[in-house]
Design a protein around this ligand. Sequence first.
Ligand code: F6P
Length: 327
Amino acid sequence: MANKIKRVAVFTSGGDAPGMNAAIRAVVRTASYHDLHIYGIRRGYQGLIENDIIKLQRSSVGHIIQRGGTMLKTARSEAFRTKEGRKQAHEALMAHDIDACIAIGGNGTFTGAKIFQEEYDFPFVGLPGTIDNDIYGTDYTIGFDTAVNTAVECLDKIRDTADSHNRLFFVEVMGRHSGYIALYTGICTGAGSIFLPEEDNDIDHLVAQLKKSTKRKKLFNLVVVAEGNQNGGAHEIARKVNEQFDGYETKVSVIGHLQRGGSPTAADRLLASRLGYESVNALLAGKKGVALGITNDKVVFTPFEDAIGKSKEPSKDMIRMAEILAL
Ligand code: F6P
């Protein structure tokens, strides 16, 4: 390969996501196949600033494909937002003669990579690793499928007790800005209603729906709420509904960080393996400044500015479908 890249570093940044380890493994194994030196930066950009860099080899990534979390740890770095922080990061990379970086994370991670690459003309490629699935340029992000499966398992359990007691449950899932987890979980668990950050959900409309359900003798109900819905989280929405309607005994459950952990699903391991493998090939082919993704089963490369700047939202058709199936 006619390319000067000999030393590559990989790191994870932002919120962890199941499948990040599988991605790290694929990067390390592919780099090693091509006789590259491969380094792991611990704790994302913060670790880079602090020169927390370790040498990796094939054996370093044994027995991790099935593990949640990230063996390289992760962080959200305020210091990397500053010029001084990025200067220290550059010095650390130069101290190890590193030629290129593979960043695994979400929008914040790609934003950091883009700024750094522009300032120092240093090659970066990105892999979409976030449970939120909110990155433009890929059908799915690493970790999303596992998070949804975890949430579905929780909702199925809540359904059992909701049914036994004839209760109305408001269940909050993650997604400050993104409704993908809420929508997919709501569809897969037959929720009566789904509140998303992207939608202007109306409490009065929900109350009217609940009144209809009780008339139909539907004795329990599930409402899935994304944490970022503009009416508030599940507690707040339950409170507002209770002010208007007391036809159900209501309970609230917040699934929280359970969704971020656990063994990745087969779909996430496969996605992470494909993207990790392709990210090394991309660097060797001279690509930089791009996020990798898979759309329609093909690997695609999206410039960081589009991956960050263009929004990706759950499809309106799917939202409509969810409403109709819940009627
Ligand atoms: O971006 C992933 C995510 O899990 C969001 O869904 C959630 O809002 C946020 O991270 C929580 O972040 P933290 O773990 O820092 O509280």
